[in-house]
Ligand binder design. Sequence first.
Ligand code: K1U
Ligand code: ZN
Length: 167
Amino acid sequence: MALLPILRYPDPRLHVVAEPINVVNGEIRRLIRDMLETMYAAPGVGLAATQVGVHKRLIIIDVSEMHDDLKVLINPSIQERSGHATVEEGCLSVPGVFEKVARAERITVRALNVDGCTFDLEAEGLLAVCIQHEMDHLEGKVFVEYLSRLKQQRILARIRKQQRQAM
Ligand code: K1U
Ligand code: ZN
């Protein structure tokens, strides 16, 4: 397994729309293994392939405390959504920024698993929020883009200052 570098906002590769996965082969299974090592090491509760520079429709999520409930979703699509939840989100591609975003409270998502079989998952709470956040990554959308223009400008200014200081 390998730790993969996570792209940092505003890297333009975070805005690329991911392509569907046609075959779940050894290459995809290796990517999943590398992504889960990267997510747990970060640490994070989710990761989209987009965030490691791979523009394929694959997300992984584990919101359990014991890191024992990994969910792999290939080509995920939301079938149903209901309710409204506004929850504070973070993102490994925008470290240090935590902001509230309005999402559906409950969703049903359809995806392929690691064996290429279709399954439906009903999710609510943090799991539902996390799935919607990761699926946004596959569309090239980063959560800060839901915030006001002023907040986005402040976040970008802070990131650019950090980048200058790191040089
Ligand atoms: O997409 C990502 O960068 C992963 C992101 C997922 C997420 C978290 C919270 C709300 C929506 C989406 C993260 O994992 S940020 C890190 C984080 O929230 C966390 C890290 C360690 C323990 C618990 C949470
Ligand atoms: Zn994210």
